[in-house]
Write a protein that binds this ligand. Structure first.
Ligand code: BG6
Length: 484
């Protein structure tokens, strides 16, 4: 692992992500004694603030966003001493001179860009001009990294002029989630799943990322992106890669990312002739959310749009392990409930010895709930107690591990805590490598081109439902039901 840096520079330090996630995460790490003693955190943004003004706004953000049972006034005040601020407009070269006077990068510097991607290039140029891109500086980037392969390459090329790949940390915050990392432990720290983890034993996989929220005032970004680019291209494909990857030789950045990228490159292209029966898109209309009436997307947006707020698709990983196993992916806004879940359905037993005694068997299922509940449930068949005079009765029973209870003495951390700490310590394992991003875009661009060619338009679904009925038909055609 590389050396720990002594300075963290946050671009976009007064923004929403910083207030809701980054500052609370840094506070959490500080409160747990995990930040290097001398670590200084320098915030920059266009707002005219001095150090004290930034500290005050950070403290207000902490009060609002850190759970009250973890917020400690004295620790927050101590944390605030690490903070300072430089007003910076990326289009004003002089501002970078001022910044460089305030930063000592000789002890290592980590830079986090939480800004619009259009600012990445001017920021990197500005940093380079004032000598803030040298060998002991690493750079973290928040999505969206482009809107297709071409624009993502432009961003990555601009970054690569100053930061080689080993100093570029691309964030997919799903990789910072404890339960997502636990997928690796489940698969590779247990001997019982791996022999079954293939097309001989697994019937299909479902990955659902359902949200109850709607546009959340993010029209400017979201309407130009849509669910496919906002969720499938990154978070969902990373989940799929972790489920489908071969065992890495080691728990290190190269080995893990090498295996993930192989999966991403094995995704079967979905062309215009397949898109109609492999992909369903939707856009929420009026309905209800969390028991309250909810407006439709177009009404929230205030203008016509064909942006999809829901995607369901059937993917295939074309390799030896997964030949013939469908991966059904589904994500949407304004769904009935918030849940991120991986559902693995095993094949039925080859022969039911109980059928003559009237008992049916269901296939085993492994349900990995990522959020809001953190659970691993293995659905097994068990005999209903009794003397079986009228026949044998079997019932599906869960073997259940509620992670929150099993690890009740562990604080549930924000995903960014892990990612920020790894950035500070220079461990890129949970960051996305350029070849992964490009493989993700290649697949997604192919689908988007196919749906344009085939004239696929989003179907309206009621807010608070599980998406258009065509999404149900997508799986039912294969005799599969979504796990709701
Ligand atoms: C972001 C998307 O990357 O992930 C948002 O831009 C989405 O649209 C969010 O709401 C979901 O993250 P989480 O951690 O709440 O599941």
């Amino acid at each position: 692992m590389a050396d720990k840096v002594q300075t963290l520079l946050l671009f976009g330090a007064t923004g929403d992500l910083s207030h809701r996630m980054l500052l609370p995460s840094l506070y959490g790490l500080h409160a747990d004694g995990l930040l290097p003693d001398g670590l200084k955190i320098v915030g920059t943004a266009r707002s005219e603030l001095d150090d004290e003004g930034f500290r005050q706004s950070a403290l207000e953000a902490l009060k609002e966003h850190v759970p009250s049972d973890f917020y400690d006034e004295a620790k927050a005040a101590e944390f605030a001493k690490r903070l300072s601020y430089v007003t910076l407009d990326a289009s004003v070269p002089d501002h970078f001179d001022e910044l460089s006077k305030r930063i000592d990068c000789s002890q290592g510097l980590a830079i986090f860009l939480s800004t619009a991607p259009s600012l990445f290039e001017p920021i990197i140029d500005g940093l380079e001009r004032v000598g803030l891109t040298c060998d002991n500086v690493r750079l973290a980037l928040e999505k969206p990294l482009g809107s297709d392969l071409e624009s993502s390459r432009e961003i990555n090329d601009a970054v690569a002029k100053a930061f080689p790949e080993n100093r570029t940390f691309r964030i997919d915050h799903y990789l910072g989630k404890e339960t997502v990392q636990n997928l690796l432990a489940l698969r590779f720290a247990n001997s019982m799943f791996e022999p079954l983890w293939n097309s001989a034993h697994i019937d299909h996989v479902q990955i659902t990322v359902a949200e109850t929220v709607g546009l959340e005032g993010r029209a400017g970004y979201y309407d130009g992106a849509g669910a496919m680019r906002d969720m499938v291209q990154n978070h969902m494909l990373q989940l799929l890669a972790l489920v489908a990857m071969e065992p890495p030789t080691d728990f290190d950045a190269t080995a893990i990312r090498d295996e993930k990228v192989k999966v991403l490159r094995s995704l079967r292209k979905i062309g215009a002739s397949d898109v109609g029966n492999h992909v369903v898109t939707g856009q929420y209309g009026a309905g209800a959310s969390d028991g309250q009436p909810a407006k439709g997307y177009l009404e929230e947006l205030g203008k016509p749009s064909t942006t999809e707020t829901f995607v369901a698709l059937k993917a295939h990983v074309d390799n030896w392990r997964w030949a013939g196993v469908p991966f059904y992916l589904r994500t949407g806004k304004r769904m009935p409930t918030r849940k991120t879940e991986i559902y693995i359905q095993f094949k039925c037993v080859p022969f039911n010895i109980f059928s003559a005694r009237g008992a049916k068997t269901s296939p085993n299922k492994l349900v990995i709930s990522i959020q809001p509940d953190e659970d691993i449930r293995l659905m097994m068949m068990a005999k209903t107690p009794g003397l079986d005079r009228d026949g044998v009765r079997l019932r599906e029973m869960p073997l259940d591990v509620g992670m929150a209870n099993a690890f009740a003495d562990h604080r549930r951390r924000i995903a960014y805590e892990r990612l920020l700490l790894d950035l500070i310590e220079g461990n890129p394992t949970l960051f996305v490598r350029r070849d992964e991003v490009e493989a993700q875009w290649t697949w997604v661009d192919g689908i988007r081109a196919a749906w344009e060619e085939a004239g696929l338009a989003p179907r309206t679904y009621s807010a608070g439902s599980w998406g258009p009925s065509a999404a149900i038909a997508l799986t039912e055609r294969d005799g599969v039901s979504w796990h709701d």
